[in-house]
Design a protein around this ligand. Structure first.
Ligand code: PLP
Length: 363
């Protein structure tokens, strides 16, 4: 039995009839950008996130970049980011024109360590960007408390956290503005690229919408030097179909996660933490091992897909060599990168497959 890390085709097959009629409807509408599918999806996704406004954009990276730009953050400014994250969080800061300032991860949650944020604040700091990495919400009360104290904005990178909750509130509603990705492999994935921002601030929402549409507020009147970053009608229509199933699909992920947590606790693996103040979207199921290669070999031999999220932290990437950061600067994040691996999880992973993963790991 071969077990894929993530089975994307099954997401289409399960919803084939609804997907095919969404396709037909958009095709026959004769309208492919900025139409009814987008506005309906935006209203539905805002409601799902318990926020007032949602604006669709081209991808998750743009959602974060345009959020920063809408807040007036740019050249000369600093934005605090987690050292342990996917590099897109940092790139958003760079594209906005600002400088990412990393803060070490908490060794338990693997998210930004709020106790280390204050030391990183300077007179140039304008915002903090916590990431709900792997689907587990960051410690938002602590982050928001510091932000308030220093008069900083907060942007959630919620690209992996559709449907996750923090103290019973949805990811995306926990700060000034949040960026989501609809990359196909995300919990709510399009069949191509897509992204959105979610916020309760009308002015921010309007500015992001304008920035994503050439900076225009009214046709042919350009207030900003914007970009072209829009969520198209076809993707919006597909996302509307999938959004109706997101809660159920997230609970399938949770069932697998709970099974892994229970069945792997006798092994020498560090399992993901499950704090009582949050529910994860279980975008990933990351475990840590100081014999990672051995574990990976075992899985590979049994034809089980496993991946590393992420093997090189952003501060050690060539892309960020100008920051002059080196190995040893963020030891916890570096250890995570050396030890972590993600087991298969997803709405279409069967219990039999999950059992096989557990069996192989015990072998
Ligand atoms: C996927 C992802 C992004 C970027 O989203 P894209 O849609 O691929 O541009 C940003 N941050 C994190 C944490 C992500 O996982």
């Amino acid at each position: 039995m071969e077990i894929k890390f993530l089975d994307l085709k099954s997401t289409y097959l399960e919803l084939k009839d609804e997907m095919d009629s969404a396709f037909t409807e958009v095709m026959h509408s004769g309208w492919y950008l900025q139409g009814n599918s987008l506005s309906a999806f935006e209203a539905e996704f805002a409601e799902f996130c318990e926020a007032k406004y949602c604006v669709g954009v081209g991808n998750g990276l743009d959602a974060l970049t345009l959020s920063l730009r809408a807040m007036g953050i740019g050249a000369g400014d600093e934005v605090i980011v987690p050292a342990n994250t996917y590099i897109a969080s940092w790139l958003a800061v760079t594209y906005a024109g600002a400088t990412p300032v990393p803060v070490e991860a908490c060794n338990t949650t693997l998210n930004i360590d709020p106790t280390k944020i204050e030391k990183a604040i300077t007179s140039k700091t304008k915002a903090i960007m916590p990431v709900h990495l792997y689907g587990l919400p960051a410690q938002m009360d602590e982050v928001n408390f510091i932000a308030k104290k220093y008069n900083l904005r907060v942007i959630e990178d919620a690209a992996q956290a559709h449907g996750a909750t923090y103290k019973e509130k949805k990811a995306g509603s926990l700060s000034d503005i949040a960026g989501f990705s609809f990359y196909p492999g995300k919990n709510l994935g399009a069949f191509g690229d897509g992204g959105a921002i979610v916020t309760n601030d009308k002015e921010l929402a309007d500015t992001v919408r304008s920035l994503g549409n050439y900076g225009s507020v009214k046709k042919y009147e350009n207030k900003y030097k914007g970009v072209n970053s829009r969520l198209d009608e076809m993707q919006a229509a597909y996302l509307r179909v999938k959004l109706k199933h997101l809660t159920e699909w997230n609970s399938r992920r949770e069932k697998i996660a709970n099974y892994y947590l229970e069945s792997l606790k006798d092994l020498e693996l560090i399992l993901p933490c499950t704090p009582e103040w949050a529910t994860s979207s279980w975008h990933l199921f990351p475990v840590r091992s100081n014999n990672r290669q051995q574990v990976l070999d075992k899985l590979q031999k049994a034809k089980i897909g496993a991946l590393i999220h992420y093997p090189i932290p952003p501060h050690l990437q060539e892309a960020y060599k100008e920051l002059n950061l080196k190995a040893g600067d963020f030891k916890i994040s570096e250890n995570i990168a050396d030890e972590i691996l993600s087991l298969p999880i997803g709405p279409h992973l069967t219990m039999e497959e999950a059992k096989r993963v557990v069996e192989v790991l015990h072998g």
